[in-house]
Unconditional design. Sequence first.
Length: 414
Amino acid sequence: MPLNPQRALADLKELRSLTSDDNGAQRIAWTDTWLRARDWYAKKLAELPVEHHYDTAGNNWATLKGESEKCLQIGGHLDSVPNGGWLDGCLDVLAGLEVLRRFASEFNGRPPVTIRLVDWADEEGARFGRSLLGSSAFAGTHSISADRARTDRDGIKLEDALRRCGVEIDRFPEAAHEQKDAAAYLELHIEQGPVLEHLGLPLGVVLGTKGVERHNITFHGQEAHSGSTPMNARRDALAAAAKLALEIRNIAKKHPDAVCTMGSVKTFPGIVTAVVGRCEATLDQRDLDPQILAQMFREAQEASRRFAEEEKCTVEWSRIWNIEPIAFHPHLVALCDESIREVSGKSHKMPSGPLHDAAEVSRAGIPTVMLFVQSLRGISHNKIEDTREDHLELAVTALDRLASKTVSWILSNG
Ligand SMILES: [Zn+2]
């Protein structure tokens, strides 16, 4: 049975009809619809000569035993955001399933190395606000104490929702046992942005996931009457924040892939008849290069102090969250680039702005790479999320090529 990309497409459509409504995909982790998706997937796996189990963090593993214990892992996530698209996460798993089928049939159920397909638990963090939950347990970066008390919109605790699905949060650290013998990890994902579409290319290699600096910035001025306070006597906190909102664009534009966003601005007292005395803004900065990220952070701080001074205000910063950039494995990046060129003629190397499970796997020290397939209109996390069917088929083929090349690489490493 050769690789059949159309079968992966048929699987995707079947899953969509089973787990979507008029508003899109509803496979939110730890809900009945998600469990239904997993049951459906388990039946597909039952047709293959694979061992199937859930680890202690709820990650869903299928293992095709090979001649060597060393294993190639391929992954994705069946969970979606509420009202999500039909491809985000499950394309990765179902393309991986097709690759697994091909290995099982080509090698009579016993490929040269062990092939493992993982459906990560709760990549999206849609219900409890904690993304990459299962893969971070696998990587050993998960902090149980910080997450167990999280609650959803209805006040249900994360701990209790997991228990209902047979997962005990205290046993999360044991999921790291699944790292055993992992020699490489591959993940195919939709791009979720407009870059490949603008370039007219179906596929791209992901160089890594961008690091993030996320901060609260508060400018303090002086509340004053909007009628009686002359323009030159004002200490307008919004004016300082507004200058910064424009300056961060210049700070980002110096670098090809950097982005800076001021996503929230709140003014106090926030009434039509008062000069703004306090302005609270947020800043999100991302780049793949740690030096560029550090430089952008420094430049934004310097600019904020300059604008505060110009407006006779003061400024203070507090960090909300940050994560370092995670670069994927250079040799796997080269193999991925080669696979894409063989399948579709031309490739493109790009960083990922969003985080993915692959970032956690890479942090665990396992050689990792991702490939992206074009997203129409660059839209995701929405029911209009889509990708051309011929591009989806190319993506399955490219993942399969990459898997074969990676197996050869694992074998050549002895
Ligand atoms: Zn995803």
